[in-house]
Ligand binder design. Structure first.
Ligand code: ADP
Ligand code: MG
Length: 731
């Protein structure tokens, strides 16, 4: 066994970077080559078709069959010219990642057996019926009517992977309920567009649409494939369930600033070339804080598309990693004791007139608009802090959130000193002082202009889960393996609801005779007071903050299954229903799915951990114990009982330690299996998940502790699993 470990370590050491063939042309020449984007549409669709298509994507006009046929014909021609032989509806089920079922373009030309032609009709483009019974639905789709439909999302362009045309689609049940992430995301984006446009019109009548923008930062670890393959825990669960921390890890912080290792550099290069072909505008790449941890980030884009691109790049990253002899770990916490991986969601709203709503403006009206939006975001996050946490919480991310690591499992907003003092000033000024009207009767905040320096905000707080960073908010609690849509649905819906309420309140004041400017000002001022509890600029990791946050009434729940309850609180259900994002039935069903996934993740980890301990660790420890016992016996035969006991006292102690650990391991694994059996008998998904959290999970630390102690004692030559130092420092 240990022979295998040294073999893979040796092999990993001797690998050299895979040569990457770089395209000769500049990036812009092949950017988006495999995407049916604007350029391709101009070439493959008639003017009339393109005009009608724009009407659908920009103005929400319905798609008719004739138009779908025309578009399908254009896409088919383009796809075939680029080597596609198959097509698939590409959708985002509630499990990880994306799903697809490939169909070939071929159909019989005439009678069966008389040769084939390539066919792709509007009907096939618009709708498909994958066998949905194997995707989670939380009971929304009984198996006797196991039908789910995928329907084309024309706002995200089709693309070709290998020989397959991929069509981004939503995935819904026979009765119309969402079974995916994309459908509710599109609804949330529509809601925030409508609500934000309504508020923008107070300031600029020309605004007709507000876009939600997302710029994700993808963190990940790379591990050599040989080392990965010899760690059953990594292979089966994506994280190490055992492993003593290495003598050196991230304390020197030398990795973050270091040069990118060569094999990794080659990998990154190839990921980027691939990404560019799919129109994903990768911008930055660098080492992250932990050893063998890296990050990749594109330029931000419209949220729906940016999210599709993130899902696509996660699959590109996995594919390219294999080619380079790596495995990419997207798990939120692959290694204990060092940083985990997140996916910061940089999020903002912007108008169709080109104004960033979280960007301090140059004119007084723009500044009032800026403050209006910032304060409404504060209110939205304040009222929905439990929901936002629920939207990013998973069995995996729980190891990151609140587990001695940032961001904590409490949602708060960081604004920075400048913006904070600006809000303080507004709070303390009267409406008359606060609003001034110039000669042209334009409104201005009576607090002077907002300092230019705010735009270039370097005031950073890395511990905040939701931080203002100059022209956007950075939702940092999102996990590295997550579908960003979950967070983006919650954020955009919460903000939409808040903006609607704001507008209704301001309109009522105006109707009662207050001027628009003063009405806005009064409501903002009131919101600043009301939402104070969500603002926190201090150290989010500290215990003092946990105590204070509880006092402020922020949600401090740390049990994952209980955190999901935030989705079904009456006011939350009302909010989602009112905005048409989720029905009560959908919310309940999705929670069922979340509990089920939670249970299964812990169940699998518990099984893997138990197996590893009983079939790898205990036997090796027992063998080593036998060697020590032999040597102790030999000591006795050479030196006699008394002298041997004295000379070998440390050895005897070690033997006792090992016995104790082995005993504890066996007892705990047995008890864990028992707890699992008991939990498995529970009918309700919610109760079962809670039982897994409360009664199965606690064994993990106890078991790990003993294994990690054994790792320090047992002869290195005999230890079967690659150690942390090997997993983290070989590349
Ligand atoms: P940092 O590591 O300092 O947080 P990065 O450069 O790694 O910053 O990532 C910042 C991300 O934020 C990028 O994806 C960038 O395109 C995105 N971003 C910048 N401005 C906005 C904005 N107004 N709205 C949304 N995302 C933005
Ligand atoms: Mg960031």
């Amino acid at each position: 066994m240990s022979g295998l470990r040294f073999q893979v370590v040796g092999a990993a050491f001797s690998k050299s970077p895979l040569p990457v063939e770089t395209p000769k042309e500049p990036t812009s020449a092949y950017f988006g080559k495999y995407v049916f984007g604007r350029e391709q549409m101009l070439k493959y669709l008639s003017k009339d078709t393109l005009r009608k298509f724009d009407d659908i994507t920009r103005n929400g006009k319905p798609l008719d069959r004739g138009l779908a046929d025309h578009i399908a014909a254009g896409i088919k021609q383009w796809a075939i010219e680029h080597g596609a032989t198959h097509y698939t509806h590409w959708f985002q089920p509630l499990t990880d990642g994306t799903a697809e079922k490939h169909d070939s373009f071929i159909e019989y030309a005439g009678k069966p057996g008389e040769g084939v032609i390539e066919e792709f009709s509007g009907k096939l483009l618009a709708q498909q019926e994958p066998d949905a019974s194997s995707f989670p639905s939380g009971g929304l789709r009984n198996t006797f009517e196991a039908r789910g439909y995928s329907a084309w999302d024309p706002t995200s362009p089709a693309f070709i992977v290998d020989d397959t045309l991929c069509i981004p689609t939503i995935f819904i049940s026979y009765t119309g309920e969402s079974l995916d992430y994309k459908a509710p995301l599109l609804k949330a984006l529509l809601a925030v567009d409508k609500a934000a446009t309504g508020v923008c019109k107070y300031f600029d009548e020309n605004v007709n649409k507000v876009y939600s923008y997302l710029g994700w930062e993808q963190e990940y670890f790379l591990v050599d494939e040989g080392l990965y393959a010899t760690r059953p825990d990594l292979l089966m669960t994506g994280r190490t369930l055992i492993g003593h921390e290495s003598a050196k890890n991230q304390q020197l912080e030398d990795h973050y600033f270091g040069a990118i290792p060569e094999r990794v550099q080659a990998y990154m290069k190839e990921v980027e070339f691939e990404a560019y072909k799919y129109g994903i505008p990768c911008k930055t790449r660098h080492n992250e804080v932990a050893p063998n941890q890296f990050e990749l980030a594109p330029i931000f884009g419209e949220t729906n598309l940016a999210n599709d691109q993130n899902l696509l790049i996660m699959s590109i990253m996995k594919r390219v990693a294999r080619k380079h002899g790596f495995r990419v770990l997207l798990h939120e916490k692959p290694f204990a004791g060092i940083n985990g991986s997140g996916k910061h969601n940089n999020w903002s709203l912007g108008t169709d007139t080109g104004v960033g709503l979280f960007t301090p403006g140059k004119t007084p009206e723009e500044n009032l608009q800026f403050v209006t939006f910032i304060v409404n975001i504060l209110m939205a996050v304040y009222k929905n802090n439990a929901l936002l946490k629920a939207s990013v919480m998973t069995a995996m991310n729980a190891h990151r959130l609140g587990a001695n690591e940032a961001p904590p499992a409490i949602i708060s907003v960081f604004l920075g000193t400048q913006l904070s003092s600006l809000l303080d000033k507004i709070e303390n000024s009267t409406s008359e002082e606060g609003i001034t009207l110039d000669d042209k009767k334009k409104m201005a905040l009576g607090i002077g202009s907002i300092p230019e320096v705010l735009i270039d905000n370097t005031d950073r707080n890395r511990t905040s889960p939701f931080a203002f960073t100059g022209n956007r908010f950075e939702f940092r609690a999102v996990g590295s393996s997550a579908n960003c849509a979950s967070a983006m649905i919650a954020v955009n819906t919460a903000v939409a609801a808040q903006l609607e309420e704001f507008k209704a309140t301001v309109d009522a004041k105006i109707a009662a005779g207050t001027s628009k400017e003063h009405a806005i000002f009064e409501v903002i001022k009131q919101y600043i007071k009301e939402s104070k509890a969500i603002r926190f600029d201090g150290n989010g990791y500290s215990d003092a903050w946990k105590a204070e946050a509880a006092q402020r009434g922020l949600d401090c729940e740390t049990s994952v299954p209980k955190i999901y309850d935030a989705y079904t609180k009456p006011e939350t259900v009302k909010m989602f229903e009112k905005l048409g994002v989720f029905t009560a039935k959908e919310l309940a069903a999705r929670n069922e799915v979340k509990w089920d996934i939670y249970t299964k993740k812990i169940q699998i980890e518990a099984r893997v951990l138990g197996d590893l301990v009983l079939s790898s660790i205990v036997p090796v420890a027992t063998k080593y114990q036998g060697i020590l016992l032999d040597s102790a016996n030999k000591m006795v035969s050479v030196f006699g009982q008394d002298k041997a006991a004295k000379l070998g006292s440390q050895t005897l102690k070690t033997i006792e330690q090992i016995s104790g650990y082995i005993d504890s391991l066996k007892t705990n694994v047995e008890a864990m299996v028992d707890a699992r059996r008991k939990a498995n008998r529970i009918e309700s998904e919610q109760e079962k998940a809670i039982a897994y959290h409360d009664t199965v999970l606690p064994f993990f630390d106890e078991i790990r502790d003993k294994v990690d102690r054994l790792e320090l004692i047992v002869d290195d030559e005999m230890w079967p699993l690659p150690k942390y130092r090997e997993l983290l420092f070989i590349r």
